[in-house]
Design a binder for this molecule. Structure first.
Ligand SMILES: Cc1ncc(COP(=O)(O)O)c(C=O)c1O
Length: 400
């Protein structure tokens, strides 16, 4: 019998329509689980990759006002000037370094930003070091253009922290770039300043680039300053930092992100951006201006609630038989392990079918943790409690 998790919509095509680069794009493991869950009743989702809060009212109002004011044409290719200025002011102050509008390109979410950064640079002979597990975008985008991915495994026992020395030791003659994502999806791990500094400084010294996906840069749940690569580098020549409004302001569907880098890199990427999406959505860029210049207490309130849930989820994971957790400091994920050699995919599938709890198996995020599960706490506390009330007795009955 065919395992539905192995089915792929691209398989079994008699005459391939698509070019070889699309072979690098897998059917994402996340989508498989969500599609299967859609056919079932009474499913609790601990699988969601976007905030569960409503978009703050003043941001929605700004979006609607922009539509009503006729802001429905193209903006400049780099982005709406008012948004570029708001981003420049915001980041210059936050990271204590003077940026200009020419250091920034506004994109259609962090997804387009990562797409531009990785596909503009990946090429045969260029190796990218990527932590494993990692967000699903990076490896396929690198491989699509002939780049090579070298995985740097991280482990639940170490809170999925990257050991900077391990990264530095992995650099070889072919290494072109390092991809970082802190706070991480799927692990919620936040790299401390020492880690980011050591990697960024070694990279600059060796002429290697750092691509840093910082979409969860505001969802920091412990008392620490967020160590962006922008704060840790002496110049922007070797770094591209990517972020967006999606997670911070719960506006993932409005699709506004950006890249911050050297003026030279941004100039080149602006031209590439004209050939991908031309410009980002105009009224949504106005919503972004309102997000940055308006009252930001809405973010604090969301972060407070994520923190409350994180504290409880860590406790619940600790009470769940066979799961090994750790202390995630950011985002809204934890990536606990099942015992070694357990097939996380089959556990996730059976948990969905038998108790209606949807989590994402670890192999959706790389090869290093097939025995892990990604649990998202972007769901209400009541739903989280109910999910664990189902999971704890179910896992207690399993023999691994
Ligand atoms: C690590 C990471 N990067 C990028 C994205 C995409 O963000 P955006 O909505 O800004 O395209 C996500 C969304 O889940 C993510 O988790």
């Amino acid at each position: 019998m065919v395992n539905p998790m192995d089915m792929d919509q691209y398989e079994h095509t008699a005459a391939p329509l698509f070019g070889p680069s699309l072979q690098a794009i897998p059917m994402p493991g996340i989508r498989k689980m969500i599609n299967m869950a859609a056919g079932l009743d009474d499913v609790i989702h601990l699988s969601i990759g976007q905030p569960d809060f409503p978009t703050p009212e003043h941001i929605v109002e700004a979006h609607i006002d922009a539509l009503r004011a006729g802001q429905t044409g193209y903006t400049l290719d780099a982005g709406l000037p008012e948004l570029l200025t708001a981003l420049k002011d915001y980041y210059s102050e936050r990271y204590e370094r003077q940026l200009t509008e020419d250091n920034i390109l506004v994109t259609t979410g962090a997804t387009e930003a990562m797409y531009l950064a990785l596909t503009a640079t990946a090429a045969p002979g260029r190796q990218f070091l990527v932590p494993d597990p990692s967000f699903v975008l990076y490896a396929p985008l690198i491989r699509m253009n002939g780049g090579e991915v070298k995985a740097i495994p991280t482990r639940a026992e170490h809170g999925h922290q990257l050991d900077p020395q391990e990264v530095i030791d992995a650099i070889d003659m072919r290494t072109f770039a390092i991809v970082l994502n802190s706070p991480s999806n799927p692990t919620g791990t936040v790299y401390p300043k020492e880690t980011v500094e050591a990697i960024v400084q070694e990279a600059a010294y060796r002429g290697i680039y750092v691509f840093s996906d910082e979409v969860y840069d505001h969802l920091i749940l412990d008392d620490m300053d967020y160590p962006s690569v922008i704060r840790c580098t002496s110049d922007l020549d070797h770094v591209m930092a990517v972020s967006s409004f999606s997670k911070t302001y719960s506006m993932a569907g409005l699709r506004i992100g950006w890249i911050i880098s050297s003026q030279g890199a941004i100039k080149k990427l602006r031209r590439y951006h004209m050939f991908t999406t031309t410009v980002a959505n105009t009224p949504a860029q106005w919503a972004g201006v309102a997000a940055l210049t308006g009252d930001r207490s809405c973010v604090d309130q969301m972060v407070d609630e994520y923190r409350r849930r994180r504290d409880r989820v860590v406790q619940l994971v600790g009470e769940t038989p066979h799961l090994t957790g750790y202390w995630p400091q950011g985002g809204f994920y934890i990536f606990p392990s099942l015992p070694p050699n357990t097939d996380g995919q089959s556990v996730a599938l059976r948990m969905l079918e038998e108790i209606g709890v949807c989590v994402i198996p670890g192999d959706a995020f790389g090869d290093s943790a097939p025995n892990a599960l990604r649990i998202s706490y972007s769901n209400s506390m009541d739903k989280i409690e109910e999910a664990f009330e189902r999971m704890i007795p179910w896992l207690a009955k399993q023999r691994f």
